[in-house]
Write a protein that binds this ligand. Sequence first.
Ligand code: PLP
Length: 432
Amino acid sequence: MSTPSQWDALLADDRAHIWHPYASATDPGVIVPVTSAEGVRLNLADGRQLIDGMASWWCAIHGYNHPVMNRAVRAQLEDMAHVMFGGLTHPAAVKLARILCDLTPDSLTRVFFSDSGSVAVEVALKMAVQYWQARGEPGKRKMVALRSGYHGDTFGAMSVCDPVTGMHHLFGDVLAKQFFVPAPECDFDADCPESELDDITDLLSRHHGEIAAVILEPVVQGAGGMRFYSPDYLRKLRALCDAFEVLLIFDEIATGFGRTGKLFALEHAGVEPDLLCLGKSLTGGYMTLAATLCTERLASTISGGEAGAFMHGPTFMGNPLACATAIASIELLLSQPWQRTVERLGTELKEGLAPAADLEQVSEVRTLGAIGVIELKQGVDLRQVTPMFVERGVWVRPFGKLVYAMPPFVMQSDDVATLTAAMVDVVAKLEH
Ligand SMILES: *Cc1c(COP(=O)(O)O)cnc(C)c1O
């Protein structure tokens, strides 16, 4: 805990020198100083505590300051924090790669590590392009993406984000022009009518000679709109991609490691992609690490191509501390009845958020796995709602029209109740 004057000094320096995400440098809005965190609670500089409904952007599945995770970090630190990955290897990367290949579909046998989700997406896009290059079809370079999708903030990733929420107009010609198709409308619980795939069928039949891959977030579209859709869409899409010889990339950076009730969202559909991107909760929110997995066919084709290699290699590739942390996080998750935990959280989010459905301000309330979403009719002003959430002892950071929760899996029932009650209460107090 710090004194109010120390807090003020910290915030003044923050304001003078720091650029926060998606924020104005000169007028960043409300910024809340955190001094430590424990379990599901963020400890603020003034001594208050917030129940964290965001799991630090969906990563901190085990909560904060977890003894098992802390031990894993310390143990790896004693061996080495980092070593370059070019020409060298180390036990943590090898073990993690094996775990990821074991947990994901059998056809995914190769792991390329990188340092953030956006880069894992860049890697997948580059692999897709290099694959067709090596196959003697260099014209197959473009991507197909869904509207309302989100894949990260680097240029390649941005080019496949929703063109409107991703503000493509700001970047003009700098962004690669990709193909977009409507996001599926079919409900999670329902089959997906063939007509949902009319647009993409038409697109692939006309342009498959220019298309390297389709990229999408399976079952849950996250930061592009928190939308849930039918796994049946993925089965039909896989068949289409096979028919038109186009690769299929699943971005499970948000959905991976249990969030939707399955370890990976692709399990809802039983579909195997050609490339799979992982990140976010891969290290339980402890460290930045991402991975792109691909099939042996892709790996061997790319390796047999003109370059004889995949042309990418981040400085911190396969960082030992991050890999060791990821191993600990995955083992910790799998050592517990996590499916039951996610189911309980889902039930509690559903019950807790249900009263919001009757509010004038709300257009829909939906839940899936450990994700709870209140979609409003109007966009939310963070400057207005952030203090309202903090007053109620919770941390919730809405975007656009979406007030949502993705709690750490360790959140207990009474804290979920506090969190959801605060969300409903804050929404009820907004203008309509
Ligand atoms: C967060 C996210 C990314 C980008 O990951 P970063 O680590 O922020 O670069 C990509 N795809 C999806 C689906 C995400 O949720």
